[in-house]
Design a protein around this ligand. Structure first.
Ligand SMILES: [Fe+2]
Ligand SMILES: [Fe+2]
Length: 162
């Protein structure tokens, strides 16, 4: 039972339950009050999971296979974006960064969380290889970029209050 909601992204292998199977690259949201019985095959799996972080009235149940989704151009050349969810001020997306891409300097209204899925993500504060998690509070600022590796990131903005 998800008393506070559950959001996950399958990084490796295949996750499953009585409703679906979720191969690597699947994004799922199970809102407050839902329940399931997870199952995993012989190959196992690795998931990024966030619990107890749903707005009380965000009842969208979502399953997205990002391997089969249509991506859109981002705000600057070199970025492609796949929107995963929006609710009030919260936005969740995957963003693919081509090598040597530089984004605009910006401030995070409502904060930003990033999980680096592939490649290496950078900003003026550090270097973040695949597997890194970055949590930047309300009104933090940075100018992110990539070098020769490029990057694929999960990003959520607008959910961290003052
Ligand atoms: Fe669950
Ligand atoms: Fe940012």
């Amino acid at each position: 039972m998800h008393s506070g909601g559950e959001e996950f992204f399958v990084l490796e292998g295949e996750f499953g339950d009585e409703h679906h199977s979720y191969p690597a690259g699947t994004y799922v949201r199970n809102p407050i009050g839902t329940s399931h019985t997870p199952t995993v095959g012989e190959q196992g799996c690795l998931i990024l999971v966030k619990l107890h972080q749903f707005a009380a009235d965000d009842q969208a149940q979502i399953v997205i296979d990002t391997n089969r989704s249509k991506w859109s151009p981002g705000l600057v050349p070199g970025l492609t974006v796949l929107g995963l969810h929006e609710y009030e001020g919260e936005h969740v997306a995957l963003v693919r960064w081509a090598p040597e891409t530089v984004f605009n300097p910006h401030k995070h209204w409502g904060g930003e969380e990033v999980f680096v899925i592939e490649g290496v993500f950078h900003d003026e504060h550090g270097e973040y290889p695949a597997g890194s998690w970055i949590r930047s509070p309300h009104l933090s600022e940075h100018t992110p970029y990539t070098r020769s590796e490029g990057a694929l990131i999960y990003v959520k903005v607008g959910h961290l209050s003052e």
